[in-house]
Every structure is written in structure tokens, then in C-alpha cells.
Design a protein around this ligand. Structure first.
Ligand code: FPP
Length: 199
């Protein structure tokens, strides 16, 4: 990350002049991490979730405003049932811990993506974290779950089409799809992947 320098001791030092407002993390590489250690993929996801928690704590400490994590895409449902269940289980663990800690940390937690297919208990927890978040002004963590770029384009295009049908907009006014990334792209500068790819 361009705002981190390495001190002679090997410790990371923040360059506050270059600190972005928003960092987004694509949570990948969990499977490869586990494979290298001869562990099941689910162990990689568990380690990834722990790692994300440490990253979030660090980002809050250095004063980042927004941290976004792309945790589970609409494509990820195609993975084996056992793996999907483990990921949903990790999301539940993360939510339970967050509900307990966010009152102390003053972190805001927002969810993006279609949460409808999740078990009711998890949807209730997501709603609860959103309610708690309204009371705080701290760093905002955006968790993208069951999230997909195509899905987002369809939702935004439908919205625009409905405006046209109601007479509020004209199709020729469309130069870019309005609403794309709304609420999620605020101040976004750096994209980090936890696997090996550079984006
Ligand atoms: C991608 O790694 C990771 C996922 C599909 C799931 C990550 C989600 C969690 C760990 C759930 C917990 C969520 C939070 C917000 C803490 P991969 O399997 O594609 O790894 P690879 O790139 O090595 O194949």
C-alpha cells in the first residue's frame, strides 16, 4: 500500500500525507494459502476472516474513514456446499463478534449485496449492526456479500428505466449508469487483493 513505508526495523510506518480515505480489499488467496500448508480451503477462509479483523483494527487505529471488503460474490455460490456453509458460518462469527465490539470501537458496519438468500438469523444480525451503526461516527466498514458487478448494473439500469417509464428521465440522458457503486465508492483510492494479483 503506497501509504505504508517500512522502517529499518521492518515495522510498517504510516505516511499520513498519503493516507487515503478509503481502502477496498478483495478477499482472495484463502484457498491458495491453505493449499500451501496442506490444509482444507475452509481453514484458509477462517484465517482470512481473522486477518481481516486485524486489518480493520489497524485501519481504524491509523484513522482510515472507509474500509470495504469484497467477501463473497454472486459467483461464489457455485462452490461446494461444504465450503459455502463454512463461509456463511464465518460471516456469522464475524457478525457476532462485531455486534459485541462495535459499541466499544464505534465502528460503523454496512452491507452491500443481496442478503435475501442468507438465513433469517444472519439477516437479523446485519439489520442489528446497521441500527447500531447509525449511532456512531467512526470508521465505516463495508462488507460486500453476495455482491456482483453485473447485478449492480442490472439494479441501477432498472432504476433508470423505471424513472424513464414514469416520465422523469429520457433514455438519451443516459451517458453512464447512475447509481453504480452508490454508497460504496466514497473516497475510494486503493484496491488491495489479499491473493497475489495486482489490480
Ligand atoms: C476467496 O478466496 C474468498 C472467499 C470466496 C470467501 C471469503 C469470505 C469469508 C472468509 C467470510 C468472512 C467474511 C468477513 C467479512 C470476515 P479463494 O477461495 O478464492 O482463494 P483462492 O483465490 O486462493 O482460490
Amino acid at each position: 500500500m503506497s501509504f505504508l513505508k517500512t522502517k529499518e526495523s521492518g515495522e510498517a510506518q504510516v505516511d499520513f500525507d498519503r493516507l487515503p480515505r478509503h481502502v477496498a480489499i478483495i478477499m482472495d488467496g484463502n484457498g491458495r494459502w491453505a493449499k500451501r500448508r496442506g490444509l482444507p480451503r475452509t481453514a484458509g477462509h477462517a484465517a482470512g476472516a481473522e486477518n481481516f479483523r486485524s486489518i480493520a483494527t489497524y485501519c481504524q487505529k491509523i484513522g482510515l474513514e472507509y474500509l470495504t471488503v469484497y467477501a463473497f460474490s454472486t459467483e461464489n455460490w457455485k462452490r461446494p456446499l461444504e465450503e459455502v456453509s463454512a463461509i456463511v458460518g464465518l460471516l456469522k462469527k464475524y457478525l457476532l463478534e462485531s455486534i459485541e465490539k462495535m459499541e466499544k470501537d464505534k465502528i460503523k458496519l454496512h452491507f452491500f449485496g443481496d442478503l435475501e438468500p442468507l438465513p433469517q438469523e444472519l439477516k437479523d444480525m446485519c439489520r442489528k449492526t446497521s441500527e447500531i451503526s447509525e449511532r456512531y461516527e467512526g470508521m465505516q466498514v463495508n462488507v460486500c456479500f453476495n455482491y456482483g458487478g453485473r447485478d449492480e448494473i442490472v439494479r441501477a439500469a432498472r432504476h433508470f428505466a423505471a424513472d424513464c417509464a414514469a416520465g422523469g428521465r429520457k433514455p438519451e440522458e443516459l451517458t453512464e449508469v447512475p447509481g453504480i457503486g452508490e454508497g460504496i465508492l466514497e473516497g475510494l483510492i486503493d484496491y488491495v487483493t489479499t491473493g497475489e494479483e495486482k489490480r
